[in-house]
Ligand binder design. Structure first.
Ligand code: HEC
Length: 156
């Protein structure tokens, strides 16, 4: 093989690998979350249990459940609120009705920014782990499997 071809192939391999392997909470997700989610999901927001008991009140106050730390955020990826991040942030390409999740709009001020941040969230959770399934089955959607949970990356 020609040297430049080898170099280009190696470069592409490492570039793809860097993007897939290096999305972390500290470097990528935390700053994104602070810019786009903190206003409604920060320390002034209720934990999910409280939120669910008083949903109407909190919705009027524009407060969603609190997710202002790494531990509190992965709660909405893996367990107990399995798939919540994936269902709410989806751009519509993985949903049955083709509609984006209702938090997708908050990912950016324009389409380009929303897509960029969506891609980051997806890479953080894991391309193969982007499931809308819940812990328990609901309607015709089965519950998440242990194999699917094991694919979730959510690197700190
Ligand atoms: C303007 C306020 C606002 C912003 C900004 C916002 N959210 Fe929300 N979010 C809410 C409210 C209010 C709810 C609860 C009502 C509902 O379920 O739609 C909610 C619900 C959610 C849920 C569902 C939690 C559950 O009960 O299962 C997730 C997940 C979520 N938001 C993620 C995000 C992420 C990630 C961002 C940043 C990209 C974000 N939100 C930005 C207000 C906001």
């Amino acid at each position: 093989m020609h040297k430049t071809v080898i170099a280009a192939t190696l470069f592409m391999f490492f570039a793809a690998h860097a993007l897939a392997g290096e999305v972390t909470y500290r470097k990528d997700i935390r700053p994104l979350w602070e810019a786009r989610c903190a206003a409604c999901h920060g320390a002034g927001s209720p934990y999910l249990g409280d939120f669910l008991e008083n949903q109407d009140m909190y919705k009027k106050l524009m407060k969603g459940p609190r997710m202002d730390s790494y531990a509190d955020l992965i709660f909405f990826v893996g367990w107990p609120d399995t798939g919540a991040i994936m269902r709410r942030l989806d751009d519509g390409r993985n949903t049955k009705d083709g509609k984006p999740g209702n938090m997708y709009q908050h990912l950016g001020t324009n389409d380009e920014e929303r897509q960029r941040n969506f891609t980051l969230f997806k890479a953080w959770v894991g391309e193969d782990a982007w499931t809308h399934k819940r812990w328990d089955a609901k309607g015709d959607m089965p519950g998440v499997t242990k194999e699917e949970l094991a694919k979730m990356k959510v690197k700190y």
